[in-house]
Design a protein around this ligand. Sequence first.
Ligand code: ZN
Length: 422
Amino acid sequence: MAATSRWQYLDRIRTVKGPFTDDDFDGSVVPETMDIMKILVIGAGGLGCEILKDLALSGFKDIHVIDMDTIDISNLNRQFLFRKDDVGKSKAECAASFVERRVKGVKITPHNNRIQDFDEDFYMQFAIVVCGLDSIEARRWINATLINMVDEDNPDSLKPLIDGGTEGFKGQSRVIFPTVTSCIECQLDMFAPRAAVPLCTLATIPRQPEHCIEWAHVIAWDKEKPFPKLDKDDPEHITWLYQKSLTRAQEFNIPGVTYSLTQGVVKNIIPAIASTNAIIAASCCNEALKIASSCAPSLGMEENYMMYSGNESIYTYTFKHEKKDDCPVCGTLARPLTVNSKWTLQDLIDHLAERPEAQLKRPSLRAEGKTLYMQSPQSLREQTASNLAKTLKELGLESGWEISVTDAAFVATFRFILRFEA
Ligand SMILES: [Zn+2]
């Protein structure tokens, strides 16, 4: 009795006929379906801890979690499933056993792995995938994998992907029905890489503590070479940068340089705030509950993207992000790419890394059946490296030609139609 009364309020939502349930719904099936339904959580960090707790308390009984990270002492202020004794242990394993202890009847299977360690057969066993990641690259990988898995003759091959993300006081949650609605790659330009501070600002007129730290990191380190190679995990190296930054900040009367800020800027750590994680994780898990039980319409087919901003007061906005026909992952058309014929192939490669909708760091390029540059194997890289200094014109490329770009980090081929600037 105690076991069922624990869920009685949840079951009022899950089993009572409502405006969004099917006509023949009698309320008896949902708990059973949710009891056996497998759901996958990717990431057991700030968002992942919240997601695991929320899913377990929302009636999911068979949860898997993937995370290859180990627990660091700095995680403990917000990753509340971990204790001091857990430092150094696997996040996935500690999170799973904590939630299992607290919520009886829930099974959580941890995987101390990279997502790329698993194949389609593994991902096929889940009904829903929920991501709580801080890496765009990992999101792009799972997005492309789930889209590749869709088989029109097998409705079970379509796995709803729920993605949460936070940065400081801002966050978003979105629901993707692979191949049907706008995907993570369609939405990539919403996540432009952070603009670099111009070198001249660093060198001449710093205005923020971060500028002083970047100055120490980029300019002072190179000039003085206090150690042969910068190791961002070595406290001695970070201390050197911290002291340099502090001296510079004092010169310009800029407050706010601390050791931990220095570490954050140098390691490019995105600030994480416990309550933003809680808000975004909660909204992701409500969508999972709605998809699993049909108790209310979920984000997805129409409105599919909720953005939250707590930077200035509070603001949320939910909208429909449209699928793109020229999305390299879920679309069919090649994307136009404006280039200049005087660019070298290296310029083009740098451009692909910076463009918000491409963000390809290690691309290999082919054009009309001809290899322009290959990152691997090494023999091909050496053979094609001489092309990097040649201009697009010298390489014989013409406006209107299609180039295909692959990057070892992704399972997609990116197709672009060259448009030469007049
Ligand atoms: Zn897409």
